[in-house]
Design a protein around this ligand. Structure first.
Ligand code: TTP
Ligand code: MG
Length: 323
């Protein structure tokens, strides 16, 4: 197989950057996107706000304690969606192999680009320029020969980043990489590695494939490979919707079980509507409940056949996973 050329593009402080673009008085200032009231969480924070330790998913109350003067901008999803479409259009000018990961990031396979630039690095830089010119916003780009390395690379030099990991540099780069930065390693797995005195890629590399599978199951194979710079996952243009869900956060605590039942009904109807709009049915329903202290529990129910609306209602569930 010929060596692939993969670019990962990720917008910088996306929602916050859009707000600072559209409201010049916000530029250069700490800003969080979200709502001031109740128990809203921070969607994202400007780089100026990040200096105060403010980040995505933090309760807005905590953000306000850390930076009382922070500007709070209410989210404008239609505008973010529009920018997202604009940048995707740019990507498709260079390749049809575009895999969006979220509203502000995508993988591009530019092994055989539609436009005749000779190098992936030049394409990545040109895309950054185009995004800046056409949307007024800044993106970071990572370039490498697989998805895993390209994604890590785009984070290395943020904001306004450009980072290339050449095949010949990959092993040395991975040896020094913190274990928590390996894609797919969350907090729990990281702590498990820490307890085994595994802190960097070079430590991970010492573990045999058998041991990794024994410890982590199938994903152990993935860890074994990526630390050696091997990740053959293709860039897949459109991904099928795997789950549909609805959430509702209450501004004040709700104690009355009848009120909760009513709200749950609304959430179920909304989820069913989304399912129908997507022409989907599901076999697993999951209910998520978050308490006042932000602790969260989930309960799942799985059926051999697809749910109909009546059964769906009975299970009082509002998220469905497809199999
Ligand atoms: P990210 O790309 O994770 O973050 P970012 O673009 O704000 O900042 P960075 O420069 O570090 O890439 O997410 C993209 C957008 O998705 C972000 O602007 C807001 C939204 N988002 C949420 O609403 N909640 C979240 O918990 C996260 C992580 C993101
Ligand atoms: Mg981003």
């Amino acid at each position: 197989m010929t060596q692939r050329k993969i670019i990962h593009i990720d917008m910088d402080a996306f929602f916050a950057a859009v707000e600072q673009r559209d409201f010049p008085k916000y530029r250069g200032l700490p800003l969080a996107v979200g709502h001031r009231e109740g128990r809203s969480v921070v969607a994202t924070a400007s780089y100026e706000a990040r200096k105060y330790g403010i980040k995505s998913a933090m309760p807005m109350k905590v953000a306000l304690m850390r930076c009382p003067n922070i500007i709070i901008a209410n989210p404008r999803f239609e505008v973010y969606k529009k920018v997202s479409n604009q940048i995707r259009k740019i990507f498709f000018e260079y390749t049809d192999l575009v895999e969006p990961l979220s509203i502000d990031e995508a993988y591009l396979d530019v092994t055989n680009p539609k436009k005749g630039l000779p190098s992936a690095s030049l394409i990545a830089k040109e895309i950054k320029e185009r995004i800046k010119k056409e949307t007024g916003l800044i993106a970071s780009a990572g370039v490498s020969y697989n998805k895993f390395l390209a994604k890590i690379a785009s984070d290395m030099d943020k904001p306004d980043g450009f980072y290339l990991i050449k095949p010949s540099d990959a092993e040395a780069f991975l040896a020094k990489l913190d274990i928590g930065l390996f894609y797919g390693i969350g907090k729990v797995t990281k702590e498990k590695f820490f307890r085994m005195n595994i802190f960097k890629g070079r430590d991970l590399k010492k573990l045999s494939q058998d041991l990794l599978v024994q410890l982590f199951g199938k994903i152990g194979n993935y860890y074994y490979n990526v630390v050696r710079g091997i990740d053959d996952r293709p860039v897949t243009p459109s991904r099928e919707i795997k789950s549909v869900g609805t959430e509702r956060t209450f501004e004040t605590d709700v104690y009355d079980i009848n009120v909760i039942q009513d709200k749950l009904s609304e959430i179920i109807d909304k989820t069913w509507e989304r399912l129908s709009n997507n022409n989907k049915k599901g076999k697993t329903v999951t209910m998520k409940m978050r308490f006042a202290d932000f602790s969260t529990i989930t309960r799942s129910y799985k059926k051999g056949i697809q749910f109909n609306k009546r059964r769906f209602d009975q299970h009082h569930s509002f998220s469905t996973t497809f199999k």
